[in-house]
Design a protein around this ligand. Structure first.
Ligand code: FES
Length: 98
């Protein structure tokens, strides 16, 4: 009737603000940030207040981060990949690279 799955998902290693973090395969980059115990993943543009992922479903945009060098990505919508680099986003993203 019900199949038990005692095996755990494989883990892979990503880097959150430079620190190596083991995360389950299939997790989101936002989950990796929370697993890392990070203090913030972005700062608000106006006051600089720290933010962490909140809704985990693409609605609040509090998870905007720089992922593998690309800013303004919704970390909760991005599945982790081995060696992924997730960095906090500070302030607003520039529309065009300098
Ligand atoms: S956590 Fe809300 S949009 Fe990503």
């Amino acid at each position: 009737m019900f199949a038990l799955r005692p095996e755990r998902p494989a883990t892979l290693e990503v880097f959150v603000d430079g620190a190596a973090v083991p995360v389950p395969e299939g997790a989101s980059a936002a989950a990796a940030v929370l697993l890392a115990g990070a203090a913030l993943i972005r700062e608000t543009q106006v006051s600089g207040a720290p933010r962490l992922p909140y809704c985990m479903m693409g609605a609040c945009f509090d998870c905007l981060a720089e992922i593998d060098g690309v800013a303004n990505r919704q970390a909760c919508m991005v599945p982790v990949a081995p060696g992924m680099h997730i960095a906090p986003q500070h302030g607003a993203r520039r529309a065009f690279p300098a």
